[in-house]
Design a protein around this ligand. Structure first.
Ligand code: PMV
Length: 354
């Protein structure tokens, strides 16, 4: 990167969606390097929208920033962002010349208890990359912009690396995915079957309160986990198996892996030292009902879980209206205050202004 020689200011703004992992990232080493490759669908209606006013001045000697969430100062999250910049200052050689006014909001309810770090941190990374593009005269190739954004998002939150692309996205080196990398995510949409391009993810909110054990603490517990090696082996195996499944559109085989991944993730939590459990009684009730309907009605829907109690219910677009009626009648009564968020596979971040 060239040295900043003259003052520049402006504003950039991006919307960036959350994602739902099919193969879970769980366990890391070094500076946010994944212990295994992961695969996710980028969502559509659950997004963060972040605006950044920047002022770069070579006479400034220390990084300055302000952060507001939904119109109000948010010191805790602001501090996390400041630490992110300072911890990764080697990536931002212009940091001490920079002043940022950041404001962010989410499309989903504040207290929905859904993981917002992927959307928030990918929106942040898209904004920083836009600023860099302005300061240093653009990127030689369009793909370099996203690669840089994914790298910067990963350094803030691993799963956020995947949200800079739409559709199906892989992060972490995998033999079965060309050009995959531990440093940034890559889109894998070329041969994706149509059924997965419009797949639905309905999020059934079981408990919206902040979780007892953070993802950061959970990743750490994988360091001495007795099942770690087998888990990483299984994740790689699932990546390989999903290659053909995502191309052929085999929803049943997709669903088997999806559910196995969710149970493995939570099984790892329950067998960590110390052990912990994020599922709540209604998580299990909802999972049982999903399976009952699937078996009794031959209905093609499957669940997954993030690091939390809420259930992500996934199904093809063709069965949407029947799914909605089962959800309203059978599943919504087991959610917290009927909170159900309808989402589906989306096309990735969207630039608002520049
Ligand atoms: O991105 P992090 O560090 O919050 O980890 C997220 C891990 C899971 O959401 C549980 C799985 C995943 O791959 O998204």
């Amino acid at each position: 990167m060239k040295k900043i020689t003259e003052a520049q200011s402006g504003k950039v703004e991006w919307q960036s969606p959350s994602n739902i992992a099919i193969v879970k990232y769980w366990g890391k080493h070094g500076n946010q390097m994944p212990a295994n490759p992961s695969l996710s669908f980028t969502l559509s209606t659950s997004y963060s929208q972040t605006a950044m006013e920047f002022d770069v001045d070579p006479s400034r000697k220390a990084f300055e920033m302000n952060f507001a969430f939904e119109g109000e100062a948010a010191p805790k999250f602001g501090e996390r962002i400041r630490q992110y910049f300072e911890r990764n200052s080697a990536d931002f050689p212009y940091l001490n010349n920079l002043k940022l006014n950041i404001s962010s909001k989410n499309s989903f309810p504040h207290s929905a208890g859904i993981a917002s770090s992927a959307s928030a941190m990918s929106a942040l990374a898209m904004c920083i990359t836009s600023i860099e593009s302005r300061l240093f005269g653009g990127f030689a190739e369009k793909s370099m912009f996203r690669m840089r954004a994914s790298h910067l998002a990963r350094l803030a939150s691993g799963s956020a690396a995947r949200s800079v692309y739409g559709g199906l996205v892989a992060w972490g080196e995998s033999e079965s995915i060309a050009d995959s990398s531990d440093y940034y995510a890559v889109p894998v949409n070329d041969n994706l079957h149509d059924t997965f391009r419009s797949f639905h993810d309905t999020i059934l909110i079981v408990d919206a309160s902040e979780k007892k054990v953070s993802s950061t603490a959970g990743h750490k517990l994988m360091n001495n986990h007795p099942y770690a090696e087998m888990r990483y082996f299984m994740a790689r195996q699932h990546m390989e198996d999903l290659g053909g499944i995502m191309e052929s559109g085999d929803v049943e085989k997709f669903g088997e892996i999806l559910e196995n991944e969710a149970m493995s993730l939570h099984g790892l939590m329950m067998t960590s030292k110390p052990s912990y459990m994020l599922m709540r009684p209604n998580t299990i009730r909802i999972i049982e009902l999903i399976k009952e309907v699937r078996e009794a009605e031959k209905f093609p829907w499957y669940f997954t879980l993030d690091a939390g109690p809420n259930v992500h219910l996934m199904y093809p677009h063709e069965v949407e209206s029947q799914a909605r009626s089962y959800i309203n009648d059978l599943l919504a009564p087991h959610t917290q205050n009927g909170l159900v968020l309808y989402d589906q596979v989306g096309s990735g971040p969207r630039k608002i202004t520049e």
